[in-house]
Design a protein. Structure first.
Length: 174
């Protein structure tokens, strides 16, 4: 239903068990939603983990934020993203990052130094930042592949939703 492959999201969760253990709340539903949001943007869960870890390294994060603001000539404020990362709201972190980095047209006007500084300020590399601002060309490909799967994809999404519901009700991490 979200236009991403549940198998890819589950693979991301499995390969980022430490991140899952650190940030999971309500049976892990928040992390699953973050994984879905990341896939929609063409990123893997490891990128979300990197963003959160980068934001929670407060001193370095604030320094990178200030450097990016100076180089871009506009204010970048990642305070809300840091708060969300600390609270474990990874999906909210991704949304806040998108608000701060701007759109594709603005990104295309940046020089290489500005792009590097902005990427560093949010804890990703320039290629990942490019995916974020393009609003997921890779995710659109994944959505098309998911649609091509037909009913099997809906079954996988249904199973994923059931896992989240069971995990939430039992308050256990699966």
């Amino acid at each position: 239903q979200a236009g991403v492959s549940p198998a890819l999201v589950m693979k991301d969760l499995a390969s980022n068990a430490e991140f899952f253990a650190q940030f999971a709340k309500d049976g892990g539903g928040n992390i699953i939603q973050a994984g879905i949001a990341a896939r929609k943007l063409g990123l893997e869960m490891s990128a979300v983990a990197g963003i959160s870890e980068s934001l929670l390294d407060f001193e370095t994060s604030i320094e990178s934020q200030m450097e990016a603001s100076l180089l871009l000539g506009r204010q970048i404020n990642l305070d809300r993203a840091r708060q969300l990362a600390l609270a474990g709201d990874q999906e909210g972190v991704m949304q806040e990052i998108l608000k701060q980095v701007g759109g594709e047209a603005e990104f295309n006007k940046m020089n290489v130094i500005q792009r590097k500084a902005l990427a560093q300020s949010v804890g990703v590399n320039v290629e990942q930042l490019s995916r974020l601002v393009r609003n997921n060309t890779a995710g659109a490909t994944g959505a098309a592949a998911g649609a091509a799967m037909g009913g099997g994809s809906n079954t996988q999404v249904g199973l994923l939703e059931q896992l989240v519901t069971v995990g939430t009700k039992t308050n256990k991490i699966f």
